[in-house]
Design a protein around this ligand. Sequence first.
Ligand SMILES: *Cc1c(COP(=O)(O)O)cnc(C)c1O
Length: 364
Amino acid sequence: MNLRLAHLELDRRALRANLALARAAAPAARVMACIKAQAYGHGLLFAASTLAEACDAFAVACTGEGVELRRAGFEQQRLCVLNGPVDREELEAAVTWELEPVIHQPWQLDALARMGPPERLRAWLKIDSGMGRIGIRPEEAADWHDRLRQCAVVREPVGVMTHMARADDRNDRFTAEQWQVFSSAVDGLGAPRSAANSASVLGWPAAHGEWIRPGIMLYGCSPFIEGAQPELGLQPVMTLKAPLIAINQVPAGSTLGYGSTWSAPEAMPVGVVGIGYGDGYPRAVPNGTPVLIAGQRAPLVGRVSMDKIAVDLRGIDVEVGAKATLWGRGLPVEEIAQRAGTIGYELLCSVYGRVPVMRSRSGA
Ligand SMILES: *Cc1c(COP(=O)(O)O)cnc(C)c1O
């Protein structure tokens, strides 16, 4: 018996199909699959084992995630550490475990310069073309690239990387400007370039470079501000489900939930589903947010509690014990995220470690 009523179904076939869509959108590029943050809540090892054969490298956020993958037996896979090492110990771990750190701080370059041969560390140089988080200035790119290449411990080629701030809006020219800044900064270095997150992979074909870095699209969620877009052909990997634990016939005018924010407009059936913000379902969603029950959309009523939500069951023929889908197959996570005032990324991440995986749909 699980400690939670809610559970996840994870679909390996969908994960692989989404990766194939990323490849199809950038056929000349190599693919670094982003599996940071427990693969956006799906589980690092679930995603790594599903995608190892299909991608050219994995990207994780921190050194510890890279070491975890190596320890779990991913020995040959190229592993890029997007945040780079935070201290000397992590830099040494990157050498030991053959991780590929993203370099962006002067101390990292100095420390690498003092390390001896053999040439075994693959490194990426991060250039800030407008995101403003990590990366050196574009005018420093050639000099840093040169100095990295001269480090005895560093292996050729040294890749160059940047990150787009507004690629999720296909009408915003800033992505084209960032690409211009980046590509001219690294022009002539002969370095493999990596610039494209999912939104750029799908929306900005001129800004791909030699390595793409899809993340969210792999999990079947649209990277664009418009929300769910079935025409993209992405398939949800995670489906979040929970059972209906009660069905109550309530009289007109009866109120429900903390703060009594909803009252019944007429005598009607109300269902209670065993999930809440303690599981990672967002408390911010308002009345009317859809929950899929028996193939129909039941509107949420009242506030989300820690381990319960209520739904309007009018017109839905169902019994206690039936499974409700909170997001996933049949109900895009983008839609729930919009209602919660956030993005699908955050919802997917929020269930990890709270909601157990009940079933993985495998497939060839
Ligand atoms: C997370 C991340 C990505 C992937 O972004 P998505 O929007 O999920 O595709 C790519 N590059 C960097 C540097 C990242 O941090």
